[in-house]
Design a protein around this ligand. Structure first.
Ligand SMILES: Nc1ncnc2c1ncn2[C@@H]1O[C@H](COP(=O)(O)OP(=O)(O)OP(=O)(O)O)[C@@H](O)[C@H]1O
Ligand SMILES: [Mg+2]
Length: 259
């Protein structure tokens, strides 16, 4: 019960809230000397809390560009982006860094784990930046590792883990800050089919736990693990579809079409 709706410094954004992400007419142009690439040409996207949105599109369609903007890693050339009710489109680099650190969980292709740190230390790292106390850091990192089924590997170094396990550590690291949204850019691209499948299962469980996820992929079967698919083509949203829950449960089992 917090009737204070003055807005000034409000921690919980009011009403329109249910949208974790809202973009309006996002555009991104890259200059290449004389040539110019329009990577995004007016993207309107709204993602509700608890959605698992998949951005699907062929190579070059603008998926990474879009996720970079959503992750405050890049500023659009034009348009508007609201994260949990706050306009973060043109914040300065310092504020962008804070938004990334405190509100966004990243899971990208290369895992990008610190090689000399254990799985636990890797997952603790974002909390260290956020000045969380060592004991709480440890507890939360262990909980996040447990959420991805890796608590028994907490003391392993990245090179003692399989690719799939390393990617799951990256998911745990993304979750540990309790982000507004987890952004995953082709997280299964470097994994073999079985390992990719397990990672998608983990992301499905994370989503079932209430976390909002936006995942980019070129692969239809991967996109079908989400709750909604937005098709990106040539920098524009071309089509959109809901994925039925009943369908989702069996998705990914393609190949073994026995009962
Ligand atoms: N930093 C950049 N400088 C110049 N052009 C860029 C830059 N980043 C992306 N582009 C161009 O913008 C377009 C969209 O690229 P983007 O990486 O967003 O596509 P994508 O859908 O993620 O592709 P992929 O599936 O291959 O990862 C491409 O034509 C790309 O060449
Ligand atoms: Mg990409």
């Amino acid at each position: 019960m917090t009737p204070d709706r003055t807005g000034a410094g409000a921690v919980n954004p009011p009403a329109e809230n249910a949208f974790v992400i809202r973009t309006a007419q996002l555009r991104m142009r890259f200059d290449h000397g004389e040539a110019e690439v329009a990577a995004l040409r007016g993207v309107d996207l709204a993602v509700r809390a608890g959605e698992f949105l998949c951005v699907m599109g062929p190579s070059g369609s603008g998926k990474t560009t879009l996720l970079s903007i959503l992750g405050c890693l890049a500023r659009p050339t034009d348009g508007d982006y609201q994260l949990a009710g706050k306009n973060v489109t043109y914040v300065d680099e310092r504020e962008a860094a804070r938004v990334r650190r405190e509100r966004i969980g990243f899971v990208f292709q290369g895992f990008s784990l610190v090689a000399r740190s254990t799985a636990l230390q890797n997952v603790e790292l974002p909390l260290a930046y956020a000045h969380v106390s060592p004991s709480e850091r440890r507890d939360r990192a262990l909980a996040a590792l447990s959420a991805v089924g890796l608590v028994d590997r907490a003391d392993h170094l990245p090179n003692q883990l399989t690719d799939g396990q390393q990617q799951r550590v990256a998911v745990a690291r993304a979750l540990v800050i309790r982000p507004d949204v987890v952004l995953a850019d082709e997280p299964t691209a470097n994994l073999d089919a079985d390992t990719a499948e397990r990672l998608l299962d983990v992301l499905g469980e994370v989503h079932a736990g209430g976390v909002t996820i936006v995942m980019a992929t070129q692969v239809r079967e991967v996109a079908e693990r989400g709750s909604r698919i937005v098709h990106l083509l040539d920098g524009r949203i071309d089509a959109e579809e809901q994925v039925a829950v009943s369908f989702r449960r069996v998705a990914g089992r393609s190949g073994s079409s026995t009962t």
